[in-house]
Design a protein around this ligand. Structure first.
Ligand SMILES: Cc1cn([C@H]2C[C@H](O)[C@@H](COP(=O)(O)OP(=O)(O)OP(=O)(O)O)O2)c(=O)[nH]c1=O
Length: 209
């Protein structure tokens, strides 16, 4: 069965590859507009569905995977900063506090009218980092294109005290949930991913999980 990851994210591509099944990648044509008032977790699920549907319409026989990651703080959604000034504002909001990362996955097979979603939420405690640390991080350019303006898999880890939840969801694709949805579609994938968490680079995360 043809499997398509509806994403432009290199992180999602790397994570999905860990399941060991062949897949193609297509960029979804979908407008992620943050709607105030909707719970942030619901918004992430909506966006994941929108991305999967956009590609499923063009490939009705394929199993299409869409995903979305949003940060929630004070019931507000933080998406991807477009400028360093946006990123600075987001990281100032997160500094010294706890927030949530919501990562949603949607799997669609248009021909079979199959559509299922799953959500994984991770709690993150940020350090009360100094302005100098913040500016050094912003200067690295890593913030741009990352929900909440940091990358847990990159040097953004230096801003983080600890996390509770699934590291793969924090990076952008909740792998266990993705495996379960693909299995429901009839694909043979490993759904017990404990081995993965013992392997590098995930082993480093046991101290956070
Ligand atoms: C919190 C966090 C997010 N991210 C990334 C994952 C996503 O790529 C991005 C959130 O934006 P998304 O809109 O979920 O995804 P995207 O636009 O990058 O890709 P797609 O084409 O699939 O829509 O933030 C990290 O890489 N590390 C992190 O620690």
């Amino acid at each position: 069965m043809r499997v398509i990851l509806a994403s432009t994210s290199p992180r999602r591509r790397e994570l999905l590859a860990l399941l060991g099944l062949p897949f193609e990648v297509q960029a979804p044509s979908f407008d992620e507009r943050l709607l105030p008032g909707l719970p942030v977790a619901d918004l992430a699920v909506e966006f994941a569905c929108g991305k999967a549907r956009a590609v499923a319409r063009l490939a009705p026989d394929a199993v299409v995977i869409g995903s979305d990651t949003l940060i929630e703080i004070d019931q507000e959604a933080l998406g991807k900063p477009e400028t360093i000034a946006d990123a600075r504002g987001m990281l100032r909001k997160l500094k010294g506090r706890r927030h949530r990362i919501h990562s949603a996955v949607a799997v669609c097979v248009s021909d079979r009218r199959f559509e299922e979603t799953a959500l994984s939420t991770v709690q993150v405690w940020m350090k009360p980092f100094s302005d100098a640390d913040l500016e050094a991080y912003l200067a690295s350019g890593e913030s741009i294109g990352k929900a909440g303006a940091y990358a847990i898999q990159g040097s953004g880890v230096r801003l983080i005290e600890r996390i509770a939840g699934d590291y793969t969801a924090a990076v952008g694709l909740p792998l266990s949930e993705t495996a379960v949805l693909l299995e429901k579609c009839g694909l043979s994938v490993p759904t017990d991913l404990r081995h993965l968490y013992r392997s590098r680079p995930y082993a480093n995360w046991s101290r956070f999980a």
